[in-house]
Write a protein that binds this ligand. Sequence first.
Ligand code: 5GP
Ligand code: SF4
Ligand code: MG
Length: 455
Amino acid sequence: CGIFGIYAPGKDVARLAYYGLFALQHRGQESAGIAVADGRHIAVHKGMGLVAEVFNQDNLRALKGNLAIGHVRYSTTGASSLVNAQPLVFRYLKGMVAIAHNGNLTNANRLRRQLGARGSIFQSSTDSEVIVNLIARYSQEPIEAALRRCQDELEGAYSLVVMTEEKLIGVRDPFGVRPLCLGKMGEAWVLASESCALDTVGAAFCRDIEPGEIVVIDSQGVHSIQGRRAPHSAHCIFEYVYFARPDSILDGETVNLVRRELGRNLAREYQVAADVVIPVPDSGIAAAAGYAEAAGLPFIEGLMKNRYVGRTFIQPTQEMRDLGVRLKLNPIKPILRDKRVVIIDDSIVRGTTSRRIVEMLRQAGVREVHLLAASPPVLHPCYYGIDTSARGELIAARYSLEDIRRHVGADSLYYLSLEGLFRSVTRGAENFCAACFSGRYPIPIPSPEEATKYS
Ligand code: 5GP
Ligand code: SF4
Ligand code: MG
């Protein structure tokens, strides 16, 4: 998911939130929502679909206030339906609160049962609603203190933007799994999942929110509480590999540069006698450019992407996904015919995309096709908010390299090593979560019973 918050009395905060969410659209296409506070009341508008489908001049104009938060959703727990759309808005002892969450709690089901036993009721199936109920339990305290207490009970990944009638608050989990940064534009303050959203609204990047930090923005300015913090951070490395926008800088790493480096390291590890290097657009572009440069091979755009089609992976069913790849990509045949092609994608998850693409390239008359993944095999499910999905769907978890090569139909197949992955970021491996590749989970994962998804 993508989250955004803005504190800007006197400005059209709903419209700015709309632009911010627009820049974060790649982080979720299922639903979008904006909540606005005017000092006395919180109003919200949300709906299913893309930001541009959910909002129009009229409903944006109706959202008047001094501060706003917004959310774009990509479901990992909870069904894709309007009750699960965010921000969630609720009324508690102290007034109204709105919340938007990116990440996934690992103890949501346990907390839900505990809260339920004490009388809490739930409208939706999202783990975010568990956070709402926890906040309500500490309603005697100021909201930032309540959030600090929540940090002692919540486990897993959460970056939050929270809003009362007059305060904007950003929270990051103790490991800083999901990103969150702070920006400034004149007197106004902005919180966003990625720095690309700050650029879009014209805010200057100030800094990343620290793991465990609670940052409060109100008429007094910005102040920060260092909340619960883990002994080391565990920033999701998959954000750099695939999820984040290449123009974002997250926790000091420029996503585009990390991807180029992934490609360069791939070239150091695996050289192929080939004529051209082509990317799987868009997610493989930077890595393919890095590979081509390091390997001294020409980089060409051999596949055209229909830019009006969303990310295929987001479509909930396998049939939709299969069709999705053809809707999305088309080879430029004359430049591929009789060539030995290296094709680079950022990652291979289910293998669906790769198989279709190899088939497409063969039909376009390529002589050889060598498929290279700019990240290691995805072997383990993510419990922290990226839908790399159940283990059963992860092709590398079930088949050998040779079986996968045969399945996708490539002449050769190579994945970047785990060392190569860590070599591609500037900070040390100990700062990152790479559990979907390595199986080393920095935060305990739920037992199989606990992991049962609500729908
Ligand atoms: P697959 O191997 O599952 O067919 O697809 C891999 C492709 O899906 C890659 O091009 C990669 O960019 C993209 N991908 C990898 N992980 C994710 C994810 O968690 N979500 C989405 N939407 N796409 C992903
Ligand atoms: Fe990111 Fe993978 Fe860790 Fe999930 S398991 S947080 S996708 S690195
Ligand atoms: Mg892709």
